[in-house]
Ligand binder design. Sequence first.
Ligand code: ZN
Ligand code: ZN
Length: 874
Amino acid sequence: MKELDKLYDPSQVEDKTYEFWLDKNYFHAEADSKKEPYTIVIPPPNITGQLHMGHAMDNTLQDILIRTKRMQGYCALWVPGTDHASIATEAKIVAKMKEDGVTKADIGRDGFLERAWDWKKQYGGRIIEQLKKLGSSCDWEREAFTMDDKCSEAVLEVFCKLYEKGLIYRGERIINWCPNCCTSISDAEVEYEEQDGHFWHIRYPYADGSGYIEVATTRPETMLGDTAVAVNPDDERYKDVVGKMLKLPLTDREIPIIADDYVEMDFGTGMVKITPAHDPNDFEVGLRHNLEIIKTLTDDAHMTADCGKYAGMDRYAARKAMLKDLEEGGYLVRTEDYKHNVGTCYRCGTTVEPMVSKQWFVKMEPLAKPAIEAVREQKVKFVPERFDKTYYHWMENIKDWCISRQLWWGHRIPAYYCADCGEVVVSKTAVHTCPKCGGAMRQDEDTLDTWFSSALWPFSTLGWPDENAQDFKYFFPTSTLVTGYDIIFFWVARMIFSSLEHTGEVPFDTVLIHGLVRDAQGRKMSKSLGNGIDPLEVIAEYGADALRFTLVTGSTPGNDTRYSEEKVKSSRNFANKLWNAARFVMMNLRDGMETGLPEELDLSDRWVLSSLNSVIKEVTENIENYDLGLAAQKVYDFIWDVYCDWYIEIAKLRLNSGDEKQADNARRVLVYVLSEALKLLHPFMPFITEEIYRALPGSGESIMVSDWPVYREELHFAQDEEGFTNLVALIKAIRAVRAEMGVHPAKKTRLFIETKHADDFNKGEAYLSKFAFANEITIGAAFEGDAAGNVQVVTDAARAFIPMMELVDKEKELARLNKELAGCEKDIAALSGKLNNPGFVAKAPVAVVEGERVKLAKAEDKKKKVLESIEALS
Ligand SMILES: [Zn+2]
Ligand SMILES: [Zn+2]
């Protein structure tokens, strides 16, 4: 018989096992018409990325789903890959070039791209190797990259198609400009933070010298771009001044007072300065009134040549200088402190400038509509459901998507311009000669927003735009998307509308949203706090299984979780407990023994098999409902409490009984239950389960490709399961009390069991005498002796009276019971607290809430019994 090593060392097992799986090609999936497909596409990590806890969580959840489905007989495909992450990668490369003393201008576009691809070659695969350490069972043969040929082809196709339909256009619009990254960024990439600022109230005199009006601004440096002041047309105060001219301070320009609905009468003075080049609302007003657009800021946030004496100054220096001049000129009325939300760049944190710019846009309204419908009709379901609100909110308020970026790393916009006649051609293939005038054409210098390609990920990776591609036909639409709540609009929403537009189908049916992994104190892990934990270090010390198990237990969809080393240690202890149990079982097996269940099952066999059966059913349902944390907890409880702590202990009686038939039966049940439990645990802890499984007699080549356990009606023994569970609970409680009182196991006692379930306890007499140290057992509906002479042990289903008061102190026993009472009350308070919290009841899975209700009822019942015991004693 194979023997397991004395100690389980993940570092000796995990890499070797992963190699074995790769050799066997188990991760690879081919379209198979005899099977049903189950597909997940990975949220492609950035090539600049290094595995962090968020990835570890995200990928553990995906791997659990894909491994379960694979075992359930689906043709399970997990498509891996990486994202070129245009802005993040370009920033890294530019930083590296700076060290070498070169700029983008020095080496030009081609030189830059050469460096970028080199960089990708060197570092781009790093995160993929790290994902392998975690045990991810991705189909690596299909590893994709958003800039590979396949994905780039899809990008070109989509751009040209949308352009032809008029859904992509080029125009002057207000965009968010990051002066540090020197590129436009989309609305979704702007992060708002509350900052202390000021409202500067400024006087604009009438050109005819008849007085002045007052406006207020938080960005005085933009006033040089003002081309009007607006009032609401219904504002009685200003009826007469509309059309009058104002003299714009610090300039020699005159600007008109105009009337526009956009102005709120009760905000400030009801007069608003209009700067079409630097504010999205003002831009719209400008379009309506045909106002001139004057840019006051350059791409790196300095004042433009139009700004007179301020030209060339940095935006904040100019602000200071202008305020000083306004004050000296008597234009500055007052300065008011003002807290306001300032848009900052999500990459670098620089304050973003709204500015007018000629960019490419996707027209969103026609695309958003069907995407909203698809979620309303539940064609795509969010888990938990509440995240559909985030989705609707964004989609219903969506503005056109600015997709051009002033970067070189990415998909270059396939638009070509004629320098001679201005003709614009959008084409999948390069255009050199102008179709109109024969002049030379030049391709647009800009690249596309990185999310433009990741929006196509679920189908571009499967062969689209070739709609006859076998993979696309078989694996698409995909099944589940697993991702964090922070990218619902960056990515999830864009995949949904892109997929509907280009394939006519939703990209996936379910979006499983997970929360953030926070540190032990609940803080976000961040570089600046230095509280980030490297998953690879955790894997090196405790094993990938322990990390995975830690991340999934206690997690519920959509909610943040806390990471602590204590939790990892307890997951590692669980792995060790399982290992030791398996080792014990294997040492007690016989060479050439039969496997499979024996014909004759004793009470403990029926109990363990029926419990296993229940766990199989529940865990399968939990996984089906995406309650992965709950599923993990149930497998843990079964293996630890039922199998290791009790069934093995009980089986020892038969193994050592000298009755070979009985011993053999016990061996067969031990192996059967262990093997099934390992399968249930496999998606959560793939490595240790494989190592043990392959050593068990009668097991197949690999647990990865074994069949997922199914509920078997013939192994359902409801009454034995419940009865034996009650018995075990009582034995546990008696043992705990005896241990607490220091009563030696050799000291046998009489035992009276008061219970409504006499049958169950009658059947378990042998176990009671062995494990509860009883020499004479009486079971009845009510205890009629003198309670005072007895120690009383209370469980949900029974109360045991043990005449050993002579061995203990009555006061001590009272104290113990009072402690027990306090424990019950604490449990009751905690459980009622939870159940009275509408947040918990609304957010937790129904099964969890129901479980807590049952616990509460049991705790209340137990409290009643303990109170009775205290009363009897005192
Ligand atoms: Zn930036
Ligand atoms: Zn031309």
